[in-house]
Design a protein around this ligand. Structure first.
Ligand code: URA
Length: 305
């Protein structure tokens, strides 16, 4: 007789296999076979062969006088309907984000608005909202990509290994977290640290724009390609963008804000030879601070004993 007892050793081995494959977060209580096609999709991929004398449904659905619609590759009316519904829901999400962000009058209001916002699906899998760290009074803003595992646990950006690297980079030009405001493009961790989708970035962008509008930073440091490309509206990779000052143009401000793209601290941890380039960027940032009269607060001299 087959035993109904769960096989703990097999379950543990399966779990270990998942961990070795890179899974680091459980996002559901039950396993889910994502390779299985939902019934409808499977039926579309493998439509029953038309019987002799019958037209295929795509040809039969072609409206009179519109042969293009009869082409097997053109979307059928229901997929066009779905695309239109997706567009409508994306624009509703945008409108919702915009309305909530614009009603916020402070960073803490933005936090409350994000708690209320349901337009970013990452919220469902994240543990905590990560809005900012540092000083909302600071005139320099650092913008990263998205929270990682430790940020998700602690509810603050840049507190994991990349954050420690960022601290060392700031210290190299005489700064610490009390002199900068640190945030991200996204406020919830993408599962397994996958890249954010354009829809997730678009849903979160109004909240970043509102932070910039409320805090009026004088300089921006954009760490990594995702934030540099999004905020500067560029398509080049970070290795091309880094080290070149550009103007960030806020949708509701006349004055552009000088922005410097640089390498992401997490990238520097993987590619230490690139620290030389990051160091050049930091020196350039320090020069801009001096030009703007934003001198770092010098650390108090150590007391002699
Ligand atoms: N990487 C980021 O871009 N942001 C964080 O908060 C942590 C890691």
């Amino acid at each position: 007789m087959v035993s109904e007892q769960p096989d703990n050793a097999a379950a543990l081995a399966a779990l270990q296999w998942l961990i070795d494959a890179g899974a680091d977060e459980a996002i559901g209580a039950l396993p889910c076979d994502r390779t299985a096609l939902p019934e409808k999709k499977a039926a579309r991929r493998n439509p029953p062969a038309p019987r002799q004398g019958e037209e295929s449904s795509a040809v039969a659905a072609a409206p009179p006088g519109n042969p293009a619609a009869a082409s097997p590759s053109s979307p059928n009316p229901s997929s066009r309907g779905r695309a239109a519904a997706n567009l409508a829901s994306a624009s509703e999400t945008q409108a919702d984000a915009q309305r909530l962000a614009m009603a916020a009058g402070s960073v803490e209001d933005i936090r409350a608005a994000l708690e209320e916002f349901e337009g970013c699906p990452l919220k469902a899998t994240a543990t905590n909202l990560c809005l900012y760290d540092g000083n909302p009074e600071a005139r320099m803003m650092i913008i990263g990509e998205a929270p990682g595992a430790q940020e998700d646990r602690q509810g603050k950006p840049f507190v994991g290994p990349a954050g420690q690297m960022l601290d060392r980079m700031l210290a190299a030009i005489g700064l610490d977290r009390s002199q900068v405001y640190i945030t991200n493009l996204l406020y919830w961790r993408p599962p397994g640290n996958r890249n954010p989708t354009p829809a997730e970035i678009a849903a979160c962008l109004p909240f970043l724009e509102r932070q910039i509008e409320l805090l009026s930073p004088r300089l921006l440091l954009l760490t990594g390609g995702m934030s540099a490309k999004t905020l500067l509206n560029r398509s080049e990779g970070i290795l091309r963008l880094r080290g070149r000052w550009d103007d960030y143009r806020h949708p509701r401000r006349d004055q552009p804000i000088p922005a410097l793209p640089t390498l992401h601290p997490a990238y520097l941890l993987r590619q230490p030879a690139q620290k030389r380039e990051a160091w050049r960027d930091l020196l350039s940032f320090a020069e801009a601070m001096e030009r703007e009269g934003l001198e770092p607060v010098k650390p108090a001299p150590a007391e002699s004993s």
